[in-house]
Design a protein around this ligand. Structure first.
Ligand SMILES: *Cc1c(COP(=O)(O)O)cnc(C)c1O
Length: 513
């Protein structure tokens, strides 16, 4: 046998392990996907409703049975079976009572797209790894830009892993712009000059923590972020902003970015976009709008006006894995002026050679902070083809109406108190204890009872709701993303909240169980 023949003989047994032409390979793929589908429809949907209630130690024990790096495998069927307990003890994100976070129930069209895009495994960094996918992503971005009021011919953008990355890129562009334009320093090439110490970003105190995280990662430090107080509706207060920016300048610092939020994580509040756009122009600041959550309002004829002025933003963060009902991960950053990307331009000889640029071959690596990147654009594409913009909007519109109804129900109940009436689909409220034990303050006691209500709902697997603090006191939060949640679900949940609150009050020892 020649060497080459011998190597051929030694090729490992791969039957059914890769997508291949022969019938056996095809059948294994089909069977694997079907088995996965059965686990989703069985173990996951039937048990994770909305949560199995398993405690951290229980989960660790269940999983301790598995060897993570076994020397030998047991075959695909047994392997997939082992995923069952994981799915069984997952959060049932599609359950109508799973209403804690901005974690959406994923839509079926997008789940089917996910099967396609993982099998195709296109990588969005270079055109030769994702030819049609590259063009589809660009076209999707372009129409999305138009939806936000950008000029389609001048704007641009790219899919991201989500709001965190989109916010980072928005502030990265902002930082590079000010350094090159005002100080003549190419930060991309030469790093930060001493003047970078003076740079300041303004956002509201309700802005997402990733504004500070990005500032830290950009070498400006978290202290470069000046958080401006909010008004009574948890929107950035323009009055307070005007004072803050005067102060910043009086101290010899340079405000260079205004970071507005359309849909703050806790309150769903939307900062006054137009007044902030004016100030961005006046003070020569980059204007970024974090619309990770609220960006979906642009889909809706009824609610798009809540984003009025967003077309003046230099950059916009949008998450599809929130109110566009796409599976994680799926987000985008949009920029009003495509030439902004020159600020982070780089050429890797093997991915986006200058020759390609000249020949008009799009290599999206130049717009992204990722290299290998998923073809996530396929998910909203398939979703839009299946239900249309209006179909998608109607789902979200229903949940916004549902939140308004929840607020009404809470308002009517003397044991409950509404904290904030949001323009989005979040509801913040508290159970109000009747009496307070002698050794506690009303604030502390209220916080404790509300936390206990939330924990017991989770432990019993009745509902997954969130807890947050407002003015230093715990409160309950419903994030009503799920269009499958009904008015009746809300009514019975609120009854349960009151019943649990009353029970804890009569039997406070329960609180410490
Ligand atoms: C969710 C969210 C983020 C973070 O986005 P990820 O997709 O989790 O990275 C940032 N800002 C806002 C307003 C958000 O709602």
């Amino acid at each position: 046998m020649s060497n080459a023949e011998q190597l051929w003989e030694e090729q490992p047994d791969m039957e059914g392990l890769f997508l291949g032409d022969d019938e056996a390979d095809r059948e294994t793929y089909r069977a694997a996907i079907e088995q996965a589908c059965d686990i989703v429809l069985g173990e996951f949907l039937e048990n994770a409703t909305p949560y199995s209630g398993a405690a951290p130690e229980e989960l660790a024990d269940t999983l301790a049975e598995f060897e993570m790096l076994p020397a030998e495998g047991d075959g695909l069927e047994a392997a997939l079976d082992r995923a069952s307990p994981v799915l069984r003890n997952s959060v049932g994100v599609s359950d109508p009572h799973c209403i804690a976070h901005l974690q959406c129930p994923p839509m079926v069209p997008a789940l089917a797209a996910e099967v396609l895009l993982t099998a195709a495994n296109q990588s969005m960094d270079s055109w030769d790894q994702s030819p049609a996918a590259t063009h589809l992503e660009q076209q999707f971005i372009s129409e999305l830009c138009a939806l936000f009021g950008y000029d389609e011919t001048k704007s641009d953008g790219v899919f991201t892993s989500g709001g965190t990355q989109s916010n980072f890129v928005g502030l990265l562009l902002a930082r590079n712009r000010i350094l090159i334009e005002e100080y003549g320093v190419d930060a991309q090439k030469n790093g930060l000059p001493p003047e970078a110490r003076d740079l300041r970003i303004l956002c509201s105190e309700a802005a997402h923590f990733t504004a500070k995280q990005a500032a830290a990662q950009l070498g400006l430090g978290e202290s470069a972020v000046v958080t401006v107080p909010t008004d009574t509706e948890y929107r950035l207060s323009v009055e307070a902003f005007d004072e803050a920016i005067v102060d910043i300048r009086a101290n010899g610092n340079r405000p260079f970015a205004i970071f507005a939020t359309a849909g703050t994580t806790d309150f769903g509040s939307i900062d006054p976009i137009e007044p902030l756009a004016d100030r961005a122009r006046k003070y020569d600041c980059w204007f970024h709008v974090d619309a990770a959550w609220g960006g979906a309002l642009a889909l809706s004829d009824a609610h798009a006006d809540k984003l009025a002025g967003i077309e003046s933003a230099d950059s916009i963060s949008v998450d599809f894995h929130k109110m566009f009902y796409q599976p994680i991960s799926c987000g985008a950053i949009l920029v009003r002026d495509e030439s902004s990307y020159d600020l982070i331009d780089r050429n890797a000889a093997y991915l986006n050679p200058e020759r390609d640029d000249d020949a008009g071959v799009p290599n999206l690596v130049s717009k992204s902070v990722q290299t290998t990147r998923r073809f996530d654009a396929l998910k909203p594409f398939v979703t839009m083809q299946a239900v249309g913009r209006e179909g998608l909007a109607s789902l979200m519109e229903y949940t916004i109406d549902l939140a308004a109804e929840a607020v009404e129900l809470i308002d009517r109940d003397p044991d409950l108190h509404v904290i904030h009436d949001s323009p989005l689909n979040v509801v913040l409220f508290r159970y109000v204890p009747e009496s307070v034990p002698a050794d506690a303050t009303r604030e502390a006691w209220t916080g404790r009872v509300n936390e206990a209500i939330r924990d017991s709902l989770l432990e019993d697997g009745e509902a997954v709701i969130a807890r947050t603090t407002v003015d230093g006191i715990n409160c309950l939060k419903l994030t009503l993303l799920n269009p499958r949640t009904t008015r009746e679900d809300i009514r019975s949940l609120l009854q349960s909240v009151v019943a649990r609150g009353t029970e804890f009050e009569t039997n406070p020892d329960e609180l410490y169980s």
